[in-house]
Design a protein around this ligand. Structure first.
Ligand code: UT7
Length: 330
């Protein structure tokens, strides 16, 4: 039986950080940020807020839409680069808070492609009959790994979470195709050192905190090429064309990346969903957050073809094509 998305939800922190706020922190301007990235504001956690809490809220909404009790969940996969603890995994922390007593759980590390990687895994576990209800959570608190003195990166990122429930759906619906890729050669263009990587026997904890490091221009070129090639490839594999695509939901990194890819693919503006102007780049959360907003805004109805394309650190990328099966919000 095919696997599809039967529940979806998202959550963002309450605190809004505007471009004007950033003007007070680094040498930048609202005008530069808007024209170079499309971002107007982003959400950031306050001290004490956790990735677990945000992921939990998104997960609870997804279960509510699916009409499922937490006990129905077999597995939780949390894609994150910013866990509250390395172990227990974020997925297991969410399992406890959710009361999903029957569920196993693990975290998945694929940077901004994490949600799509996890969705691919969930698809095949459900299709194989190894699990019936898989909760896939994408949560990142990029504000915790951003260098707030570096204007070339700090204007880009935000915090958020999104979740879906993957379960069996009727023939012809659900996930039609999914593809993953990686190229470790590009790793140095976008990376985050692990906090303990340089610790040695007898050493003292005096290393500075690690932050995201990025070669923006290299990632920009990679991202445009990737979104174009992978969207085309997933459609080709299904014997479909861009005219059949109802909604492209790309990773929300930069409006110029999305616009360049849209033009090269020959897609109309209404075939592409963006919400990065309000959230910035939320890494693994960006696709489920956008998908959830698109659905709640009535941009997705049963039978629609939606393609999600993630890309990011690794370098990694992933594409999922879905024949949407969730009814609209009542
Ligand atoms: O999740 C995936 C990860 N990331 C991405 O997808 C990001 C991909 N890259 C990008 O989105 C873009 O490369 C950026 C938005 C990061 C940068 O835009 P850009 O058009 O590539 O700008 P640039 O790096 O070429 O910088 C242009 C100028 C430079 O000044 P000079 O050398 O021309 O005098 C920068 O120093 O803009 C300057 N600049 C800024 N000015 C004001 C860089 N950051 C800022 C800033 N405010 N925040």
């Amino acid at each position: 039986m095919p696997a599809g998305i039967v529940g979806i939800g998202s959550a963002v922190p309450g605190r809004i950080l505007t471009n004007r706020d950033l003007e007070q922190m680094v040498e930048t301007s609202d005008e530069w940020i808007r024209t170079r990235t499309g971002i107007r504001e982003r959400r950031v956690v306050s001290p004490g807020e956790t990735a677990t809490e945000l992921g939990l809220r998104a997960a609870q909404r997804a279960l509510e839409v699916a009409g499922l009790e937490p006990e129905a969940v077999d597995l939780i996969i949390a894609a994150t680069s910013t866990p509250d603890t390395v172990f227990p995994a974020t997925a297991v922390r969410i399992q406890k808070e959710l009361g999903a007593r029957r569920a196993a759980g693990y975290d998945l590390s694929a940077a901004c492609s994490g949600f799509v990687y996890a969705l691919h895994q969930a698809r095949y576990l459900v299709e194989a009959g190894a699990a019936r209800h898989v909760l896939v959570v994408g949560v990142d608190l990029l504000s915790r790994i951003t260098d707030w003195t570096d204007r070339s990166t700090c204007v880009l990122f935000g915090d958020g979470a999104g979740a879906v429930v993957v379960a069996p759906v009727a023939e012809g619906q659900g996930i039609l195709a999914s593809r993953l890729g990686a190229d470790g050669e590009g790793g140095p263009h976008l990376y985050l050192d692990a906090p303990h990587a340089r610790h040695t026997v007898g050493g003292r904890p005096e290393e500075p905190l690690p932050f995201i490091r990025m070669n923006g221009q290299e990632i920009f070129k990679f991202a445009v090429r990737l979104v174009v090639e992978e969207t085309q490839a997933v459609l080709d594999g299904l014997g479909l064309s861009v005219a059949d695509l109802d909604l492209l939901v790309p990773h929300q990194a930069n409006i110029r990346i999305i616009e360049a890819a849209r033009e090269r693919l020959g897609l109309a503006p209404e075939q592409v969903f963006t919400n990065l102007e309000r959230y910035g780049n939320t890494s693994t959360a960006s696709i489920p957050l956008a998908l959830d907003e698109a659905w709640r805004a009535g941009r997705l109805k049963p039978g629609d073809l939606v393609v999600m394309v993630g890309f990011g650190g690794g370098l990694t990328w992933g594409t999922v094509a879905v024949r949407w099966s969730l009814e609209g919000r009542p």
